[in-house]
Ligand binder design. Structure first.
Ligand SMILES: Cc1cc2nc3c(=O)[nH]c(=O)nc-3n(C[C@H](O)[C@H](O)[C@H](O)COP(=O)(O)OP(=O)(O)OC[C@H]3O[C@@H](n4cnc5c(N)ncnc54)[C@H](O)[C@@H]3O)c2cc1C
Length: 510
């Protein structure tokens, strides 16, 4: 343990809803509408003992092996930092767990004192500051073990895909990953996981075979189809407030190379490519997964000249098979317009991240998503008009074509948004335009209403909180089944993602 909690005028009682600290100018701390639990003794009687962050940190420091940090500790800022720099995390105590026992201890101590617990691995999913008092950082749970014979990877709760893919590739195997190697495996899988090979292989969480989960009562549970099947069902897509996963086990497929990459089209071809690609998706083969990114790049020297100050389209393509057949399947897309660059080629599985080339450095972002059931010419016109307008507040629009194995090889899990034609994500990276984005996004979704799918997967909903256009991440039936599991494994509501009122906006009210 290091660092004492800075002087806080309200720290006479457990700060279930912490006030901004004097040195926190500018830190947004949302008012919680969530059910409040009063601090309780082990016997369940209300406690009168008052506790500070320093007290909790001292208590944790006795039995937790990893670092326990209060806000004035030198390593605190690095421990809580999110990938999205627009979000600044200010838990009262941050704990870097070294193993499942560390996590269980934190949960038990937090429960005893009625404090809330949040979890962060990479901060790729950070959309708003956490409002729990304790943040468990899982990134030291970094073990990866490949059982080549069983074709199963055991993956620590803090691992990124970048560590799993090369380890599996040594055995000619591949996990079904997302677009970015830097995203955390567990956070991605708990949301479902839609990657660049999704039309061929389905949701990534369909490949989960088991997990080690610390429950809201501090128990370390081995979870699979046979053990705690309700929790196993829920962690594959239910995402939040279900427990802290310290290890997850996924089935691997035999695949070493794919035919994939991206075509880069210039500004003048954006309309032709978007319309042509949308038409092509109507008859695209299931074995091919494609997506289209329309992105506006700032005029910065650090960018390559072909991107600097330009709006371009990137058409991504992935086919897990023979390169000649892949080239044949890619031919209609290559014919849409003359690509300025053609980087579709045989790729080693370890280079899968090059298909999307997602940003690797932390930066500020505001993103929202919606799933579309169809993308007819009228909807394409709205998108073109919106995103190519010179004064648009947006930096990017991404359209991913799904379907195929997502539906055809579906397993029974909490995943929402399975039956989707287009997964749309859009937003900006320029903080000076962030204030314009929520209302612009609402207006856009109003216009797209006729084609909005009933569910948008939770990994894609983005920052919709307070949005006039709430999107469901699950059907009502799934949302209530997830809520039931949350209640069973976290009866005191210890795990804290966001307050319940806002949670309703994505379809799961406890
Ligand atoms: C650049 C980029 C690319 C992306 N690409 C895809 C994609 O292709 N497909 C897709 O489906 N999604 C994608 N996403 C969304 C991403 O999968 C989610 O944001 C995911 O939650 C990130 O997990 P994380 O651990 O990296 O982030 P974090 O912000 O650390 O975690 C997000 C949430 O995941 C949960 N979580 C994380 N670790 C644990 C744990 N050990 N135990 C329990 N809960 C945990 C917590 O609820 C946490 O709040 C992308 C996001 C970004 C920023």
């Amino acid at each position: 343990m290091s660092g004492g909690y800075c002087a806080h005028p309200t720290l006479g009682q457990p700060p279930l809803e912490p006030e901004p600290r004097p040195d926190d100018a500018g830190c947004r701390r949302p008012a919680s509408r969530r059910r409040r639990s009063r601090p309780r003794s082990i016997e369940g009687e209300p406690m009168t003992v008052q506790i500070t962050a320093e007290d909790i940190a001292q208590e944790l420091g006795i039995s937790v092996r990893g670092p326990v940090l209060t806000a004035d500790a030198p390593d605190y800022a690095a421990e809580v930092a999110a990938f999205n720099l627009a979000v600044s995390q200010h838990p009262l105590v941050a704990v870097g767990a070294l193993d499942a026992e560390d996590v269980a201890t934190v949960v038990q101590v937090a429960r005893l004192h009625g404090w809330k617990v949040a979890v962060q691995t990479t901060g790729h999913g950070a959309m708003h500051p956490i409002d729990a008092q304790i943040l468990i950082s899982t990134r030291r749970l970094d073990a990866v073990d490949i059982d080549a014979q069983a074709k199963v990877a055991r993956i620590g709760g803090g691992v990124r895909w970048a560590a799993v893919v090369p380890a599996a590739a040594e055995h000619g195997l591949l996990p079904i990953t997302g677009s970015s190697p830097n995203v955390g495996v567990v956070g991605y899988l708990m949301g479902g996981g839609l990657g660049p090979l999704a039309r061929s292989f389905g949701y990534s969480s369909d490949y989960v075979v088991g997990a080690t989960v610390v429950s809201g009562t501090g128990e370390i549970l081995e979870v699979s189809a046979d053990a705690h099947p309700d929790l196993f069902w829920a962690i594959r897509g239910g995402k939040y407030e279900l427990g802290i996963v310290t290890e997850i086990r996924v089935r691997l497929i035999e695949l070493s190379t794919i035919y994939g990459g991206a075509l880069l089209f210039g500004t003048d071809d954006i309309e032709r490519v978007l319309r042509g690609w949308a038409e092509w998706t109507l008859s695209a083969p299931d074995a091919v997964t494609t997506s289209l990114l329309v992105a506006k790049f700032p005029d910065l020297d650090l960018l390559p000249p072909f991107l600097r100050g330009r709006q371009v389209a990137m058409l991504r393509f992935a086919y897990p098979g023979d390169p000649d057949e892949g080239a044949r399947l890619a031919a209609p897309l290559r014919a849409l317009a003359t690509a300025e660059q053609d980087a579709i080629r045989p790729l080693a599985s370890t280079d899968l991240g090059q298909i999307h080339n997602d940003p690797t450095d932390p930066g500020p972002s505001w993103l929202r998503g919606a799933f579309l059931s169809a993308l007819p010419a009228e909807a394409a016109s709205i998108l073109l008009e919106t995103f190519t307008a010179p004064d648009a507040p947006y930096t990017m629009l991404e359209l991913r074509h799904y379907g195929g194995a997502l539906v055809e090889s579906a397993v029974d899990s909490a995943v929402g948004g399975r039956d989707v034609h287009i997964a749309m994500g859009f937003g900006g990276f320029n903080p000076t335009r962030f204030a314009d984005l929520p209302s612009a996004a609402d207006a856009l979704l109003d216009r797209l209403e006729p084609w909005l799918a009933p569910e948008t997967n939770i990994n894609f909903t983005g920052d919709q909180f307070g949005a006039r256009h709430p999107l469901a991440a699950w059907s009502d039936e799934k949302a209530s089944r997830i809520a039931g599991v949350q209640g069973r494994y976290d009866p005191d509501g210890l795990f804290h993602w966001w307050d319940a009122g806002e949670r309703g906006a994505v379809g799961a009210e406890r």
